[in-house]
Design a protein around this ligand. Structure first.
Ligand code: ADP
Ligand code: ZN
Ligand code: ZN
Length: 741
């Protein structure tokens, strides 16, 4: 008998091994095995198929050992892996690597790698007084263990830890065990905390919320996917909580997806208050060992009933999945950029739900054009929640024309006078202010005042960003950092000026303008540390910071109760990208930012500073008109053949030698053209044409979405294999980005 297996390597195909006789009745799909591969290397692989078909006529190798007694990857997971690898044109091995926590797939076979369950001990109160008696050493150890429980807040201790406490008297530990004072039990994933009891019931829903919930449930009877379009603060999260409770009573699991975990602190607390330890948190910030433990718990008889996590939690084994919630479904961070598989978590969630017989609920105040389009064609159901919870009026949105103000010499600072006034007013009322500044393209740079020389990274085609605090210039692509030169390397002029107002300058300016207020800043530089993000949010929530300056990071999913005014500086910079999505993004960002104003009981003001107030997008924003915005966008998309009317597949080629990549891209493009004609575009040198020494070329396929995916993939793969036939191009790195965003 033979087994096909997936190896954790960037390889598209499965490999076949023979199964030793004694293993034949113990092995199956989803089991881990250890197999030899290459010269003297062993890997952990996953079995995908057992069969009797001997492969070709080369010497077949044998499986070396079987790790599991039950599958660690479920049937549904394997099906999802296959779909991801097919749809996103990524190697099965890449999907495998992304899915399984690394401790589950060791390559070093010497270490004892099979994660085992651990024995834990707990105190059996009934036995204590009766039995300790005069055994002094046992009493001392028992006291130690009790102190351990008070100090750690835990209710059990692992046998290993207890042995450490017992030190030189292991006999005392054995004594306590024999008398039944300590009772052992086995724990899978010993480090998972089990101490959160629920503290409240779900809030009763408002009439509007109840209507939306009823609509969602009735739409689910004939749609697999429903979009909840609800204004910020309309109480979407509370509706999710009710849905999850409903599923719990049916014994079904929920996966709650978030774009980024950094924003989840508030949400985690809220969900834990209602669901206690039924909820598991899964994201890349937790260590690999804990990920492994969560995986094992999900396979056990008592899995988490709710998983809250980022895109990678799609890969967990769910046995009774009933619902996937994709919160803030419009967020582009749902798309994995690097490394492969470059999957879109929203779309993959819908596929996961489909495979599992579950439903998907997408939620957003500013839905993606794609999802909204799907509601218009009837593919998805749609429910709308217009009112803010508590019927607070939506914020008042005003435009300030900075071009005009400048002409009239009224722009004395970065802030328009009206925004200054609003901030003053808010501070007087004990309220807070948030100021947004887009980061992309607005990072501070250094320039020679004489010849205009601008420093660039040695490894990438990227202008360096100047960091005042460290007095260094940094590449935001590869993190290389450089000292500020004493003079211009090009003309030797000694006057180098830093310009371009980033958040750092804005923070400084605000401190000067509002000396009575504490100013905080939130961007990738100030939130790099482990807890710095949470600390900033807490400080703001508890009013230790009155003015918070930040990048788009600040606009997402945070719930503040005391924000009187939100200012958006240089809003135009959000719109001026040569990208068909730039208006969609700009709209989402501004509308989400505006949503941070005045959340609980007062109306709040939003001021948008723009030099081009005639842009139609601002009309939609000030009128809070999502539908109008959607219709204007969908017309353009149809006209210019962009998604959702087409699918975009970006093909990226990289090589250290620019001529190599240039000729490779031309050759591959020629091959693609034979199959795709004018649907193949390029090859282009991207705006950033070199990253970490690699020169880059891109080809874009813009394929009508009626074209069957299977056929598209066959054509691409056959072009690729013809391309690879030329030994000349063997060294070129090539990858695909499907549904490129
Ligand atoms: P969204 O997710 O749409 O932004 P939230 O669910 O966060 O909105 O609700 C906004 C605020 O209103 C939160 O502070 C939340 O606790 C409160 N809230 C929402 N629904 C209810 C309810 N039914 N009862 C009490 N408070 C609610
Ligand atoms: Zn110069
Ligand atoms: Zn660089």
């Amino acid at each position: 008998m033979y087994a096909d297996v997936i190896l954790p390597l960037p390889l598209s195909c499965v490999f076949t091994y023979s199964i030793p006789v004694e293993m034949q009745d113990k092995i199956g799909r989803g089991f881990r095995v250890v197999v030899p591969f290459g010269s003297r290397k062993y890997y952990t692989a996953i079995v995908t198929k057992i069969h009797r078909q001997p492969p070709g006529n080369f010497a077949i190798k044998e499986i070396r050992s079987l790790i599991d007694s039950t599958p660690v990857v479920t049937e549904q997971q394997l099906e999802l892996w296959e779909w991801i690898s097919f749809y996103y044109l990524s190697a099965q091995g890449d999907v495998f690597k992304a899915a399984l926590p690394s401790p589950m797939t060791p390559t070093d076979l010497q270490s004892g790698f099979i994660p085992k369950s651990e024995t834990h001990l707990r105190i059996n109160d009934a036995a204590v007084t009766a039995a300790v008696g005069r055994a002094r050493k046992q009493q001392l150890l028992l006291d130690e263990i009790t102190r351990f429980f008070t100090e750690t807040g835990r209710e059990s201790i692992s046998k290993r830890e207890a042995k450490e406490l017992a030190g030189y008297s292991p006999a005392a530990l054995n004594g306590l065990l024999q008398k039944g004072i300590l009772s052992p039990f086995s724990v899978e994933g010993s480090r998972l905390r089990h101490k959160n009891a629920p503290t409240r019931n779900p809030y009763p829903l408002s009439e509007e919320q109840q209507k939306a919930l009823d609509a969602i449930q009735s739409l689910f009877s004939d749609k697999q996917t429903v979009l909840l379009h609800g204004a910020t603060s309309s109480g979407k999260t509370e509706i999710y909580i009710h849905l999850i409770s409903q599923l719990l009573t049916e014994g079904k699991q929920t996966l709650y997806l978030l774009p980024e975990i950094a924003l989840a602190t508030q949400l985690i607390q809220r969900l834990q208050a209602v669901f206690g330890d039924k909820i598991g948190i899964y994201h890349s910030g937790i260590d690999e060992q804990e990920r492994t433990e969560i995986w094992r718990k999900m396979l056990s008889e008592t899995p988490y009933e709710i998983i809250l996590g980022v895109r990678s939690s799609l890969f967990l084994p769910f046995r009774r999945l009933g619902l996937v919630i994709v919160d803030e479904e419009h967020e582009t961070s749902y798309k994995q950029q690097e490394p492969s598989p470059r999957y879109h978590a929203r779309d993959t969630a819908i596929m996961l739900a489909h495979i599992s017989g579950a439903k998907t609920l997408l939620g957003s105040a500013t839905p993606s054009i794609e999802s909204y389009y799907n509601t218009q064609t009837g593919k998805y159901g749609l429910t709308t929640l217009n009112e803010r919870f508590g019927k607070v009026a939506p914020p008042l949105v005003r435009l300030e024309n900075t071009k005009d103000l400048r002409r009239r010499k009224k722009m004395k600072t970065t802030l328009a006078p009206a925004l200054m006034e609003e901030i003053d007013k808010a501070l007087e009322n004990g309220e807070q202010a948030i100021l947004f500044r887009n980061r992309r393209g607005f990072a501070p740079m250094v320039e020679c005042t004489a010849c205009g020389w601008v420093p660039k990274c040695n490894h990438c085609d990227v202008t360096l960003t100047y960091h005042k605090k460290t007095h260094r210039m940094v590449c935001h692509y590869c993190n290389a950092s450089y000292p500020l030169p004493a003079e211009c390397p090009s003309c030797r002029n000694s006057e180098l000026k830093s310009f371009g107002a980033g958040t750092e300058q804005l923070e400084e300016e605000m401190s000067q303008l509002f000396p009575g207020a504490v100013v905080g800043r939130m961007d990738t530089d100030t939130t790099r540390g482990k807890d710095s993000f949470e600390r900033l949010i807490n400080d703001f929530q508890e009013n230790r910071i009155q003015i918070l300056v930040g990048t788009q990071m600040l606009s997402k999913g945070l719930d503040f109760g005391n924000v009187g005014v939100v200012g958006i500086i240089a809003a135009d910079s959000l719109l001026n990208y040569p990208d068909f999505r730039s208006h969609e993004r700009g709209f989402q960002l501004i509308a989400q930012a505006a949503g941070r104003a005045g959340r609980r009981d007062n109306q709040g003001t939003v001021i948008i500073q723009t030099s081009d107030p005639e842009q139609p997008i601002y009309r939609f924003i000030t009128r809070n008109d999502y539908e109008g915005f959607y219709h204007s966008q969908i017309m353009e998309r149809r006209l210019f053949k962009y998604p959702p009317f087409t699918r975009l597949i970006s093909i990226v080629l990289r090589h250290k030698d620019e001529r190599e990549v240039e000729s490779g891209a031309a050759a591959f493009f020629h091959l693609l053209k034979q199959s795709f004609g004018d649907k193949a575009l390029g090859p282009n040198k991207p705006v950033i044409g070199r990253i970490q020494q690699y020169h880059i070329r891109e080809i874009l396929l813009k394929i009508n979405n009626q074209f069957p995916p299977t056929q598209v993939r066959e054509l691409i793969r056959s072009a690729e294999s013809r391309f690879r036939e030329n030994v000349h191009f063997k060294q070129i790195v090539l990858y695909y980005d499907v549904d490129w965003v």
